[in-house]
Design a protein around this ligand. Structure first.
Ligand SMILES: [Fe+2]
Length: 470
């Protein structure tokens, strides 16, 4: 139990309990067949972090609000407990397991309430509770009642694990107070549940957590493989829950000290980061490669990344390098030219759109483009990587979406000119001013979710973008 206990050391205060007696981190997993295909074995796939949500009917205190919590990253020993819960409850493949690491504290002047809602049900199928620590406390009695009477009332001791059917009982845990041994006490539990409100809500597309959860996985691979040395996350969020999430240490699980969150001096001004790198140009070598990418990048062909960087260093005379982007009007045109879309689109269906074209505005067309890619990701990317002539020189002065581009350290000074409309300035103005063209490297495939106009297709994309490369 002492090994599970280590996971509770760094829990942060629950912002939704004003009295400050609760700490909570959460994580969700999807139960899925093991990748070795053995039908009798399952594994747990971590899901993108999403808030907790319960209806007001079940939780009069916190019902009806989305509560964002930092990610809980269980160690091997905690994971064994979670797997035991999966085994004991015999949940089916596809079920979602919600895991909450929770600490309730108390002092001589403040009691702690394990059940802020008192008697309640959780709107889930089954609940598992492992008592990890009881330290210097009295109280904390787990009680269950049927329609009229308390049927069980007992203190869960350290190491004890119970599983119950949420629909069959109402339950509560009585408040805790410090005992005679100290001036403060605590009760740590690992809570597990499946069904009902354990499930993630539909992705909240007004927020960026969903996108970033996916993007982080790709960035982590690139860092792990030594292809990317630093990741700077520029925090422009104005959403409180995204802010909590961004600071939650999501990337700590990779032990990636290369990830840093940078705070712009003003959140409304997109030129901040261009100005920052222009001002710090001396920190870069001439052949260093700086990539600017947006948080809506949801797929990167990591196998094609090294060649993209090598080619970027060779193409010294071109200003910016763009990859082969799924959902980009210019790239879609070249995808047709290169034969990627044959059999899916007529030759004239994807015209050369530099700005706000059909790929952005026509949801049906965009969805077809997605489905084409998703139906054969391996074929698409391997074809891209084997192109003999992958470089397309972009027409000078034409606009192109800047979801992802690479610039050499020697050229970073051009960023100083970017002060307002960055996409226009990066693609139209800079090329003309410096008489240098951008290029598209068709060998590296990435995909983006670009537009709120295509909300109907975005969810589909999020769920289907292959994660098999991880
Ligand atoms: Fe409960």
């Amino acid at each position: 139990m002492h090994r599970v206990r280590k996971d509770f050391r760094d829990l942060t205060q629950d912002p939704y309990v004003a009295e400050g007696f609760r700490r909570k981190h959460i994580v969700r997993y999807r139960v899925q067949k093991k990748s070795d295909g053995c039908p009798s074995r399952t594994e747990l796939l971590e899901l993108p972090q999403q808030p907790l949500f319960q209806g007001k009917r079940f939780n009069p205190v916190h019902g009806g609000i989305h509560r964002a919590y930092p990610l809980f990253t269980p160690n091997l020993h905690s994971m064994m407990i979670i797997k035991e819960f999966v085994k004991q409850t015999r949940v089916q493949e596809g079920a979602c397991i919600l895991v909450q690491a929770q600490r309730i504290t108390c002092t001589s002047s403040q009691e702690g309430q394990p059940s802020v809602e008192n008697w309640h049900q959780d709107d889930v199928d089954e609940v598992g509770i492992l008592c990890v620590t009881r330290k210097n406390i009295v109280g904390g009695v787990s009680q269950f009642c049927d329609t009229q009477n308390i049927v069980t009332s007992s203190i869960l001791k350290e190491g004890q694990f119970i599983i119950f059917n949420d629909a069959a009982f109402r339950h509560r845990v009585t408040p805790i107070n410090v005992d005679i041994n100290g001036s403060s006490g605590l009760r740590d539990v690992l809570l597990m549940s499946h069904g009902g409100s354990s499930e993630p809500q539909n992705l909240d597309l007004a927020r960026r957590q969903g996108y970033l959860s996916i993007l982080y996985e790709y960035l982590a691979i690139l860092v792990r493989d030594g292809l990317v040395h630093e990741v700077h996350l520029w925090n422009y969020t104005r959403d409180e829950q995204d802010e909590i999430w961004l600071r939650s240490g999501r990337f700590n699980k990779y032990n990636l000290s290369q990830f840093t969150v940078k705070e712009p001096p003003s959140k409304g001004d997109w030129s901040n980061y261009y100005q920052y790198y222009a001002a710090n140009r001396d920190a870069l070598f001439g052949d260093d490669v700086l990539i600017k990418l947006d948080d809506d990048v949801v797929y990167i062909d990591v196998a094609g990344f090294a060649a993209f960087i090598d080619r970027r260093r060779k193409e010294k005379n071109h200003l910016f390098a763009f990859p082969n982007i799924i959902n980009n009007g210019v790239c879609a045109y070249y995808q047709t030219m290169y034969g990627f879309t044959a059999g899916y689109f007529e030759p004239d269906e994807l015209p050369y759109d530099t700005f706000y074209g059909r790929v952005v505005t026509d949801g049906v067309l965009a969805k077809r483009l997605h489905e084409m890619f998703l139906s054969n990701v391996q074929g698409f990317t391997s074809r891209a990587r084997s192109l003999a002539q992958p470089v397309v020189v972009h027409k000078m002065g034409d606009r192109i979406s800047i979801n992802f581009f690479a610039v050499l350290g020697k050229d970073i000074g051009v960023f100083a000119d970017i002060v307002s409309d960055d996409e226009h300035e990066c693609t139209v103005e800079l090329t003309k001013k410096h008489s240098r063209q951008h290029y598209i490297d068709m060998s590296l495939v990435i995909a983006v979710n670009v537009s709120a106009l295509r909300m109907a297709t975005v969810k589909n994309t999020m769920e289907n973008i292959p994660h098999s490369v991880f």
